[in-house]
Design a protein around this ligand. Structure first.
Ligand code: NAP
Length: 278
């Protein structure tokens, strides 16, 4: 009888203990009895590259990368996917047989799929506000623009980062960036996406009420057992739909899994199961 080889994958971040990725990839693997393992790695803040190389040398096949290492993963990769290249951030590493490293960014694909497939929300011709210009924000700009929105406005606590991010992608359409204060003159938005880390701190970004109206769809990339301050704010101010990032998490994981294993897993049963057990 031939021995089954278990191929090794993991997610690296700091902190990492909260990660749901091992549960999600475990469920994907179960769907077809895929012989893979998926662990968490707490990456020391000053030893990201060393930790990744060690995992690779021990036979690791791929890694997911989360806060705060996505930019370092981008620098480490020898070859980049279309989205990763422009985003400047990588959340999926593939260790190829020739020893080289491929980097992809699946965050944007995950977000778009969650909007369109899971929630039947179209982004085409919509006025979209993206709050945050960190790793997550950078990763979703190009996929958002490919949906042909009416415009994309990026607001960030450090306005220069939003302005720079908008300038980086303004060949793709109507994109502007600035401060939260600037939003007072920008009218209302059909879609408001929170890609700031404010929710992790239990803080509501300083978003003017004038941005929201009764048709607005509000999306917090953060996911957790309880609604975030932004989700409460959106409900209190009459948004038509308020969503969190659990679907994005599952969809971006599915895309990573497909890159590694060559097969797209089913996401709905995984999402349903997480919603019950959360
Ligand atoms: P990051 O690279 O550290 O960027 C943090 C961003 O949040 C920056 O734009 C920062 O602004 C802003 N920010 C931090 N504290 C703030 C506050 N108190 N008020 C307003 N803005 C604040 O983090 P990230 O990787 O982009 O992650 C951001 C969020 O997205 C996290 O909650 C993460 O869990 C979530 N996320 C979810 C998924 C998913 O699959 N659902 C995927 C990726 C990320 P400055 O530039 O001024 O510092």
């Amino acid at each position: 009888m031939s021995k089954v080889i278990i191929e090794k994958y993991a997610v690296i971040g700091n902190p990492i203990e909260h990660s749901k990725s091992p549960i999600i990839h475990g469920m994907f693997a179960q769907q077809t009895d895929d012989a893979m393992s998926y662990d968490t790695i707490l990456g020391p803040l000053d030893e990201f590259v060393e930790t990744v190389k060690k995992f690779q040398q021990e036979g690791g096949k791929g890694l997911n990368v989360t806060v705060p290492f996505k930019e370092q993963a981008w620098e480490l990769a020898d070859e980049l996917s279309k989205y990763a290249q422009r985003a400047g951030a990588v959340n999926t590493l593939v260790f190829k047989d020739d020893g080289s490293i491929f980097g992809a960014n699946t965050d944007g694909i995950g977000l778009i799929r969650d909007f369109k497939v899971n929630h039947k929300v179209s982004l085409t011709d919509k006025r979209i506000l993206l709050m945050g210009a960190g790793g997550a924000g950078k990763g979703v700009v190009q996929p958002l623009m490919e949906e042909s929105p009416a415009c994309l406005v990026i607001a960030n606590r450090t306005p220069e980062r939003a302005t720079a991010l908008a300038a980086e992608f303004n060949d793709l359409g109507d994109i502007t960036g600035g401060s939260f204060n600037d939003l007072r003159d920008q009218g209302r938005f059909d879609i408001i996406i929170n890609a700031t880390a404010a929710s992790l701190q239990g803080i509501m970004p300083p978003l003017p009420e004038s941005c929201l109206y009764e048709e607005s769809v509000c999306y917090d990339m953060m996911y957790g057992g309880r609604p975030t301050s932004f989700e409460y704010w959106s409900e209190d101010n009459g948004a038509s739909l308020v969503l969190n990032g659990l679907g994005m998490l599952v969809e971006q994981a599915a895309e990573s899994y497909a890159i590694w294993r060559g097969r797209m897993p089913e996401t709905k049963p995984v999402l349903d199961s997480l919603l019950v057990t959360w």
